[in-house]
Ligand binder design. Structure first.
Ligand code: SF4
Length: 284
């Protein structure tokens, strides 16, 4: 499979300069470099500008209702563990309406990757404050400056027990591709929070904003097996913003808890001799 195989005929309607382009390129490159085939990959998207991702990448795709990427992605992986399942969500989808699913996915540890297109604003609905908008930011819904503290996706993931926790920046495409490759190959729940400038509605957290502040964890001898060190790095947000892998630790994945799945994926079971007529009667 080549990057060209992953393209689709759909016209890309993101704003010119949107950080989503960088995520699309990095995901395509990561899938190609991992040697995956289109048939093996499922992309699950939520509501927001990121949601068009399934139109722009030529793999299996499902575009779900707002905030429900994680339960759908988890169910697909349980039904067929042979698939590589990647959920994509914006910061609003993941940490406003969808936040109730997040700690449960982290603690259950399904073998899926969760990619956050984190532009710190609602882009599709034209510039309202989201859960990750920085305190003090003036938006349409916070005209005197946002008075709430932002949700910190990295801290949330660590506190929830996520096995792999990373942050990328679209202005560092090489590192972003390498983080995505590691997350997709990782056996367990892998969060990749991506700093993705929204050039239309967020004039604070721009490419230059991140270029001036982002530093790579791997260049500062960060020990990604040390949970407390990960928390310390996760709390940094200001003059310095860490990008890279904060934490990784393998542990049993969700499906191992289901005896019925020990015989292989449900999707590969024979349907011969299965009688569901009594079940259907209950719906009459
Ligand atoms: Fe990208 Fe923002 Fe435009 Fe949406 S509104 S496509 S996030 S630049």
């Amino acid at each position: 499979m080549s990057v060209r195989d992953l393209m689709t005929p759909s016209e890309i309607t993101w704003c010119p300069g949107c950080g989503n382009f960088g995520i699309l390129t990095a995901v395509r490159r990561a899938l190609v470099e991992l040697g995956l085939s289109r048939e093996e990959v499922v992309a699950v998207t939520g509501i927001g500008c990121h949601g068009k991702f399934t139109n722009y990448i030529n793999v299996n795709g499902i575009h779900v209702i707002h905030g429900r990427v994680l339960p759908v992605a988890t169910a697909i992986k349980l039904a067929n563990e042979d698939l590589t399942v990647i959920g994509f969500a914006g910061d609003g989808d993941a940490f406003n309406i969808g936040i109730g699913h997040f700690p449960h996915a982290a603690r259950r540890n399904p073998d899926i990757t969760y990619v956050i297109h984190d532009n710190l604003i609602y882009g599709l609905t034209t510039g309202q404050a989201s859960a990750t908008t920085t305190k003090g930011h003036v938006t349409k819904t916070s005209p005197r400056g946002l008075f709430e503290d932002a949700v910190n996706p990295i801290v949330q993931a660590l506190a929830g027990g996520a096995s792999f926790v990373a942050r990328g920046f679209v202005g560092e495409p090489g590192q972003l591709t390498s983080i995505l490759k590691e997350a997709i190959s990782f056996p367990g729940f892998a969060l990749v929070d991506i700093l993705q400038p929204c050039v239309a509605w967020n004039r604070v957290n721009t490419y230059d904003f991140y270029r001036e502040r982002a530093y790579k964890l791997e260049e500062e001898s960060h020990d990604a097996s040390d949970l407390m060190a990960a928390y310390e790095r996760a709390m940094e947000w200001g003059d310095r913003i860490p990008i890279g892998v904060f934490y990784r630790k393998e542990r049993p994945v969700y499906r191992e808890n289901f005896p019925v799945l020990k015989e292989g994926p449900m999707a590969r079971r024979s349907l011969e001799g299965i009688d569901i007529s009594r079940l259907l009667e209950e719906f009459r």
